[in-house]
Design a protein around this ligand. Structure first.
Ligand SMILES: [Zn+2]
Length: 385
């Protein structure tokens, strides 16, 4: 308890703020410059402070960065991603997206909230634990991973390389207004192809039009969605959704008198615990009468509240006089795979407003980031014992 408070107090406010500014000033969207600049900076930064970070190349020019404090079994992963999404049209921003402008206690910029704020807080906490305790009995591993905003190649490579092995929990610093998020929605990206036969539009009887087949399926989808929503309501995640996001059927530009040969449909499916992805795909195939191609499968995950990781998070919040608010993550994060593939208990809890990521004029409250670093430092000490 006392040590946890010591670690929290060892967080250096200015250090965290300066680090966050530096991180935001390094663009890391992909396609674009990607994570390399942020990783090079962070690598030097950690080395200068006595740590020995190492890189894991995920794709050409796209490294993960890993740094350990302490060694042995039963440690805690501190996870954040280094990539951000594109700023879009920079003219729409009040402050340039990579200037790191501070105004009224808020730092503005692409990635300020999602999630360089959380990443700076994790690093601040790691350094605070080092200052307060030296080496903890069990290890803390900072995992600054690439491509969370894309196909999550960073966390997948991290897990395939066994870099989560021996750890007993993961703290993911995504912007969740410091809610203790124990549930994360699942996601499926699916593609269906309705086949037909080309023919003259004047003689539809001579062909086989795939467009009505796709349209019928889309309409029937809402019935299945309603049934799922009624069968699996979730207090923290809200309802599951089956959302068509892409429908393409054409015999070519200007070919308005030609029945096309196929109609391609994509679905963005969001699920909650209790929805079996394999069964759902079978149901969709039965409804569609065609095969469903699974492009990406991210299962819904949950961590039990009685897990020591969750207890450490709740205790740390209490120690700093903050309320415990439970929450759910509406999308998947790297934490989804840490839970689903490695079986690690995961708490997603970070500074920043939930709805701000990917918006123009993204910002994060600097006081909240520093407070998050204090909570993380205390939580790490409580968890590691
Ligand atoms: Zn994020």
């Amino acid at each position: 308890m006392e040590k946890a408070l010591l670690a929290a107090e060892a967080v250096a406010e200015q250090e965290v703020v300066d680090l966050l500014k530096a991180l935001v000033r390094l663009p890391s969207h992909y396609p674009g410059p990607g994570e390399a600049g942020v990783v090079a900076f962070l690598e030097d930064y950690l080395k200068e402070r006595g740590l020995r970070p190492f890189r894991q190349e995920v794709a050409p020019g796209r490294p993960n960065l890993v740094a350990d404090l302490g060694e042995g079994e039963g440690g805690l992963l501190l996870e954040g991603h280094t990539d951000v999404v594109t700023p879009g049209d920079e003219a729409l921003w009040t402050y340039p997206p990579y200037a790191g402008v501070v105004e009224g206690g808020r730092l503005y910029g692409r990635g300020a909230c999602d999630m360089k704020g959380g990443l700076a807080a994790l690093v601040g906490a790691l350094l605070a634990v080092k200052r307060a305790l030296g080496k903890p009995k069990r290890p803390l591993r900072l995992a600054a991973l690439a491509d969370e905003e894309g196909m999550m190649l960073g966390v997948k490579a991290f897990l395939r390389a066994g870099l989560a092995q021996g750890f007993r929990g993961a703290l993911v610093a995504e912007p969740e207004e410091m809610e203790v998020c124990l549930w994360q929605k699942g996601a499926l990206r699916l593609r269906l192809c309705f086949l037909g036969r080309m023919a003259h539009g004047a003689m539809p009887y001579a062909g086989d039009n795939p467009i009505p087949k796709a349209a019928r399926f889309v309409l029937e989808l809402s019935g299945l969605e309603r049934r799922l929503q009624e069968a699996c309501p979730h207090p923290y995640l809200g309802p599951p959704y089956l959302t068509p996001t892409h429908l393409l059927a054409s015999a070519g530009e200007g070919q308005l008198n030609v029945i096309p040969a196929q109609a391609e449909l994509a679905l963005d499916v969001r699920t909650v615990p209790g929805v079996d992805h394999g069964k759902l795909v079978q149901e969709l195939e039965a409804l569609a009468g065609v095969g469903v191609e699974v492009l990406e499968d991210r299962p819904p995950v949950e961590t039990p509240r009685e897990d020591p990781l969750v207890q450490a998070a709740e205790e740390a919040l209490g120690l700093l006089g903050l309320p415990v608010r439970l929450g759910g993550v509406p999308g998947a994060t790297d934490g989804t795979f840490l839970r689903a593939w490695a079986g690690l208990p995961v708490v997603v809890m970070g500074p920043g407003k939930k709805t701000l990521p990917h918006q123009v004029d993204e910002w994060v409250d600097l006081k909240e980031v520093v407070l998050a670093a204090r909570v993380y430092a205390a939580m790490a000490v409580l968890f590691l014992g």
